[in-house]
Design a protein around this ligand. Structure first.
Ligand code: ADE
Ligand code: ZN
Length: 352
C-alpha cells in the first residue's frame, strides 16, 4: 500500500515542475563515490600523487566517456580510481560530491564505495574508509547532509576475496551501515556471494545488491532469496517477469533506478524509452539516483529533470512519489524519514 498524496497541484507546466524537482529535498541511495570523480579532480590527484594517466588532458579523458556497455565503463572507471592514494584523496573525492549534492538539495545520501579497487593497489582499507567517513561527518556538520557508507564487494572477484574484505573492514564497523554488490553483473550471479552476505547480515549490516541492470530477472530473485537484500540496485529488467514485478510491488522492495546511467550503458537506447513510468505504474517503489554522475552526464537533479523532460507520462504525482520513495527506501531512522517527508510535502504544497 502507498500513502495518500498530500495537497499538491495536479499539474504544473514543465518549467515549474523542473524547478520543483530541483528545489525539493531529496535522498540519494545509489551513488558510487568513485563514480563521482570528475576528470578535473582525477588530473589534480594524479599530479599530487605522481600517478601517470593514459590520457593527455581532461578533455581527452572526458572524450573517452562513450560506453558500449557496463564492462566498457568499468574498465575506465577503475583506471580513474587509480589516482586515489592518501586518506585526504578519499576525503576530497567525497567532499566534492557532497558540495554538488547540497546544491541539488540532497539531505540524505548513502554512498557506495569499492574497497577492493583500492586494496588491490596496496592502499590500506582504513585509509579508504577513514577519508570517506571524515567527509560524511563534515557533510553533516557543514552542509546538513545526513550521510553514510555502504561497502560494496566486486562481483567479478571471488567470494573468498569478499570475505577477506569484510574481515579487513571490521575494525571500522561503526563507519559503514551496510554491504552491496557491484561491478560486472553478467556471469556473476548473486548466489556466488551467499556466505559473505549471510555473514554481513549476522553482523547487523544492511544488504543491497545490483541486479537486473544488465543481468536477467533471475538475478533479482537470487538477490532477494539468497542474499536477503533490502533494496535492489537498478532492477529495471524485472519487467521481463510479471510474477517478479508483482512480488516486488507487494513487498514494496525498493529499486534504485539510475536513468542517465541506463542510457549511457545502453540498457535503454534513449531516455524516452526508459521504463521508469512503467515501474511506477506497476506500483513499484522506484527511486531516482545518479550511479556514477561524473561519467554519465549528471548528478541527481540532472537525472530527475532529464527524465521528466523525456517522459511525458511523468507529472507532479510521479515526482512526489519518486522523491518520497527515496526517503522511505533509505536506511535512516523512521523519525528522520518523517521529518524529511514533511519537508517534501511542504515543498509540493507550496508549488500550488
Ligand atoms: N560500479 C559502478 N557503477 C556500476 C554500475 N552501474 N553497475 C555495476 N557496478 C558498478
Ligand atoms: Zn551502480
Amino acid at each position: 500500500m502507498t500513502a495518500a498524496l498530500p495537497p499538491m497541484p495536479r499539474h504544473l507546466p514543465p518549467d515549474r515542475l523542473a524547478s520543483l524537482l530541483r528545489s525539493a529535498p531529496k535522498s540519494e541511495l545509489h551513488i558510487h563515490i568513485e563514480g563521482s570523480l570528475e576528470p578535473e579532480l582525477i588530473f589534480r590527484l594524479a599530479q599530487r600523487n605522481g600517478v601517470a594517466l593514459a590520457y593527455p588532458s581532461v578533455e581527452a579523458l572526458r572524450a573517452a566517456y562513450a560506453f558500449a556497455d557496463l564492462q566498457s565503463f568499468l574498465d575506465i572507471y577503475y583506471a580513474g580510481a587509480s589516482v586515489l592514494i592518501e586518506e585526504q584523496d578519499f576525503f576530497d573525492m567525497a567532499w566534492a560530491y557532497f558540495e554538488r549534492a547540497a546544491a541539488d538539495q540532497v539531505v540524505h545520501a548513502e554512498l557506495f564505495f569499492d574497497p577492493q579497487t583500492h586494496t588491490a593497489r596496496g592502499i590500506d582499507i582504513g585509509v579508504v574508509i577513514g577519508g570517506l567517513h571524515r567527509a560524511c561527518e563534515q557533510a553533516r556538520s557543514a552542509l546538513g547532509i545526513d550521510a553514510s557508507l555502504i561497502l560494496c564487494f566486486l562481483r567479478h572477484l571471488s567470494e573468498d576475496e569478499a570475505l577477506a574484505t569484510l574481515q579487513a573492514a571490521l575494525p571500522y564497523r561503526t563507519m559503514f551501515i551496510g554491504v552491496g554488490l557491484d561491478s560486472s553483473e553478467r556471469g556473476h550471479p548473486p548466489q556466488k556471494f551467499a556466505r559473505v552476505f549471510a555473514e554481513a547480515g549476522a553482523l547487523g549490516l544492511h544488504r543491497v545488491a545490483h541486479a537486473g541492470e544488465e543481468g536477467p530477472p533471475a538475478y533479482i530473485e537470487g538477490a532477494l532469496d539468497v542474499l536477503q537484500v533490502e533494496r535492489i540496485d537498478h532492477g529495471v529488467r524485472c519487467v521481463e517477469n510479471p510474477a517478479l514485478v508483482a512480488r516486488l510491488a507487494a513487498s514494496r522492495m525498493p529499486l534504485t533506478v539510475c536513468p542517465l546511467s541506463n542510457v549511457k550503458l545502453r540498457v535503454f537506447a534513449t531516455l524516452a524509452e526508459h521504463n521508469l513510468p512503467a515501474l511506477l505504474a506497476a506500483g513499484l517503489c522506484a527511486t531516482v539516483n545518479s550511479d556514477d554522475p561524473a561519467y554519465f552526464g549528471g548528478y541527481l537533479n540532472d537525472n530527475l529533470v532529464a527524465s521528466f523532460a523525456a517522459l511525458p507520462q511523468l507529472g507532479v504525482a510521479e515526482a512526489y512519489r519518486l522523491l518520497r520513495n527515496g526517503f522511505e527506501a533509505s536506511f535512516a531512522p523512521d523519525a528522520d524519514k518523517a521529518g524529511w517527508i514533511a519537508r517534501l510535502d511542504a515543498a509540493f504544497a507550496a508549488a500550488a
